[in-house]
Design a protein around this ligand. Structure first.
Ligand code: 5RP
Length: 217
């Protein structure tokens, strides 16, 4: 199980600091959408240069012009780029093709998806990695309804599942019970006064859970 550190609403300097603080425990680094909007593709290049062996996720949240945006992300050094599930099928197909050319991956963000039919369609389009996403603004009016989120993909065991949305040390245990492949954590680590400690504790809980439970079926 991967721990993906999401760098959101942070300065460039603090993004680098957060990676330094947690690099022993994180598997994937996500450059958040707002950070990309602030600093452009250069921050992807700079982070890849500084941490070449870590998997880099560009949270581009592409919803149109897929060919161009996916190529932008991979050219800059991303290993994975995100595309919104509500995008046109053509956008999804185009980004998957670009990813294949760059030997990268597309993570389809399921933010706002409520119907399993879209999941079936995504599967038919060749999507293999999805993120269950309880958005930042949704978090203002309540906590993640894990059952609803995970039930979307319960009939699709072939998907690699990432999950995001306000995950912290308290909510982690019940999320782990759903056995995601990747746990995306932003503020639960970056806003913690002890980032190193929080990342260490989360990774420890993930490893314990994996040691004590078999994989998702
Ligand atoms: O994609 C995102 C926001 O759109 C975030 O990266 C994701 O929600 C994780 O951040 P947090 O743990 O702070 O919710």
């Amino acid at each position: 199980m991967n721990l993906q550190l999401a760098l959101d609403r942070m300065s460039e300097k603090d993004c680098f600091q957060a990676i330094e603080d947690t690099k022993e425990f994180i598997d994937w680094i996500e450059v958040g959408t707002g950070v990309i909007k602030e600093y452009g593709m250069q921050i992807i290049r700079d982070i890849k240069k500084a941490f070449p062996h870590m998997t880099l996720v560009a949270d581009m949240k592409t919803c149109d012009a897929g060919k161009h945006e996916a190529a932008q992300a991979f050219e800059a050094g991303a290993d994975i780029t995100t595309v919104m599930a509500f995008s046109a099928d053509q956008t999804i197909k185009d980004t998957l093709k670009v990813a294949e050319n760059y030997q990268g991956r597309i993570m389809v963000d399921l933010l706002g998806v409520k119907e399993e039919t879209r999941i079936q369609e995504l599967s038919g389009l060749g999507v293999g990695l999805v993120s269950l996403h309880f958005g930042k603004d949704m978090q203002a009016s309540g906590e993640m309804a894990e059952e609803d989120l995970f039930s979307l993909v319960k009939n699709h065991p072939h998907f690699d599942i990432a999950v995001a949305g306000g995950i912290n040390l308290d909510s982690l245990p019940s999320i782990l019970d759903n056995r995601p492949d990747t746990l995306i954590v932003g503020s639960g680590i970056t806003k913690n006064t002890d980032r190193h400690g929080a990342a260490s504790e989360m990774k420890g809980m993930m490893m314990n859970h994996e040691a004590n439970h078999s994989n998702r079926q």
